[in-house]
Structures are given as structure tokens and as C-alpha cells.
Design a protein around this ligand. Structure first.
Ligand SMILES: [Zn+2]
Length: 230
């Protein structure tokens, strides 16, 4: 199995039987997603959309033939996605299941949902969407509509609910967002503390890779058992 980073919060998970694309907004400059789509052969293609924001959803996915589209409730509503284009509407605490995967729809501290996926062979994946501890140390009111303490409580509740369902998650795609300044890894750190993680992939990085690399070095130091991909 290979987890391909595409762009921003978009990843394509490729196995022998499926190609599972999370939060497609745009392709990488070198067209990695295009290549994967062109070479997908018999693989079943999925698009999972965590929420309606432009950096997580591109309506172009509606025009791709043969795809199974699992789309969050807010996206369906706010982006007026025609019902016949949707294979499942994702709502928190619900579950989608077919012959290849089970997707537990988890909460997010931002809009929409996050996804805990178990593949047929038992491999587990988590894609956070915009779920993070949005702990903006300066002027939180500009970014969040609750206190920092409430934000942290909400976030930790989402993390505990994943830990309860999955004793271990093999592949975790999670925001490491430089806009959080000194708190860039607060959420990731708390995640790794509570959820046994094998592979960790940062996302939502706004191309500020220097800050992300520094943050990842800190995580590596604290969690030597985890493989970090950046
Ligand atoms: Zn976002």
C-alpha cells in the first residue's frame, strides 16, 4: 500500500484493489493524481470529502466516471451537490461500509467531519480534514468562535473517540499548520500521545515547508517510534 501526498490536504491511498482520494482540491504541479487516475486499471476509485471549504473540495470530482463519492453533509448542502452524484453523505457518528472498506465518520473541531477508515485487510487510516486543536495563541477570536480552553476540550474529545474505536492507526494524515505559530504541533502532539500511530503525514501546510520541517523534527524527537513522512 502506498500513501501519495498530492497537495495541501489531498492524499491518494493506493492498494491493489482501490484508489482512495481524500480532500481533492487541486493536483500537484507534476500531476501525480492525474497519473494515478490514468493508471488505476481495475482499482475501485473513491473520493472522500471532509468539508465544503475550497481547499478541500473541487466539484471536478463529480465528473469522474465510475468513482464512489463519499461527501460530508455540509459539502452536499453548501456546494449544492446533486444527490445522484453522491454514494454516501457523511455525518458524524455514522458509518459507511462496502465490500472494500468501512468508514467511521468522526467529528471535527472545524466544519464537516474527519474519517477513520478500515480497509478489508484490516489496515486503518485517519484523515483529519480540518480537525485539529486550533489553538491560536494570539487573537484566537479571529480564527475560532470559542475560547482556547473550549477548543482544546473539543479537540481532545475527538481524539479520544478515535482512540476508543482504533487501538492503533497505521496511516494518519493530520494538519501541521504554520499559521498556529508557536502552537503548530500542539494538536499533532496530543494526537500522538493518545493514539498509537505508525505513519504520520503532515498536511494543511500552506507551502510553508521550512516551518513544517522544524515542527516535524520536534515530533520526531518526542515520538521516535513513529515514522514521519515529509
Ligand atoms: Zn482547510
Amino acid at each position: 500500500m502506498t500513501v501519495h501526498y498530492i497537495y495541501h490536504s489531498c492524499f491518494a491511498v493506493e492498494t491493489e484493489t482501490l484508489l482512495l482520494v481524500f480532500d481533492y482540491s487541486q493536483d500537484s504541479a507534476d500531476g501525480r493524481l492525474r497519473q494515478l487516475l490514468d493508471n488505476r486499471g481495475e482499482r475501485v476509485l473513491y473520493f472522500v470529502v471532509s468539508h465544503f471549504h475550497e481547499d478541500h473540495y473541487n466539484p471536478a470530482i463529480l465528473d469522474i466516471d465510475g468513482a464512489r463519492r463519499l461527501i460530508s453533509y455540509d459539502t452536499v448542502k453548501r456546494r449544492r451537490v446533486p444527490k445522484e452524484k453522491v454514494d454516501a453523505i457523511l455525518r458524524p457518528d455514522e458509518c459507511y461500509q462496502d465490500e472494500h472498506l468501512t468508514l467511521h465518520v468522526m467529528h471535527s473541531t472545524d466544519v464537516g467531519i474527519s474519517s477513520l477508515v478500515t480497509l478489508a485487510d484490516g489496515t486503518t487510516l485517519y484523515h483529519a480534514g480540518d480537525n485539529n486543536n486550533w489553538y491560536f495563541p494570539e487573537e484566537p477570536g479571529e480564527h475560532i468562535h470559542c475560547s482556547l480552553k473550549e477548543m482544546e476540550g473539543l479537540f481532545l474529545a475527538t481524539v479520544r473517540s478515535v482512540a476508543k474505536l482504533a487501538p492503533q492507526v497505521e496511516h494518519v494524515m493530520f494538519p501541521v499548520d504554520p499559521r498556529l505559530g508557536s502552537e503548530i504541533i500542539r494538536g499533532a502532539f496530543q494526537w500522538l500521545w493518545h493514539v498509537k500511530t505508525v505513519h504520520f503525514y503532515p498536511m494543511h501546510c500552506w507551502d510553508r515547508w521550512e516551518e513544517v520541517h522544524r515542527a516535524m523534527a520536534q515530533l520526531r524527537e518526542n515520538f521516535p517510534e513513529v515514522t514521519f513522512h515529509v
